[in-house]
Write a protein that binds this ligand. Sequence first.
Ligand code: AMP
Length: 185
Amino acid sequence: MPEDLSTLWSDVVTIPDFPAPGVSFKDLSGILANPIALGIVVRAWADAVGPEHPTMVVGIEARGFPLGGALAYGLGCGFVSLRKEGRLPRDVHRREYTLEYGDSVLEIHQDALTVNDRVIVVDDVLATGGTAAAAVDLVRESGAHVISLAVIMDLPFLKGRRALEAKDVRVHALIDSEGTPYPHP
Ligand code: AMP
């Protein structure tokens, strides 16, 4: 419900020039720490993606882990981790990518998903879309089908949504960078 989503903004802290000059960092850890806000997020995502019949939630390190785990539980799905370089112990698929404030690498276990999996990718913030696009590529390389991306916030001026939709991935964002709930009036 839009009136619930509008309350999320009170748990968002904006940190200027972190982790690099010019970046306005949105710290959403207050949403995770607030059981009411966390419930609003997970229920809103579950309502949005439940009809898409997902089988698996894939969470992006690090904030995609607690958020994705909660969503997976709510949906009755399994959960798979997308990890930063060198953390996974078995054979991996690997993608280098560029995000709002640098370059990084994501990896997934090669046997984590099957061709029968229908996947929701989860993260906290969608900025340029570089991270989420790498996640989508890794899930597809694993043979699974990506249904959509679920994030709490998108930063519209960085056009991440456009990057994901160009890859035929629906984006479920709950609020924008000023706290206005989606869908916008
Ligand atoms: P991007 O790949 O540019 O879409 O960046 C998204 C990823 O980087 C997510 O995992 C976010 O947690 C993080 N991120 C990028 N920019 C920000 C920001 N301004 N505030 C908070 N997190 C961000």
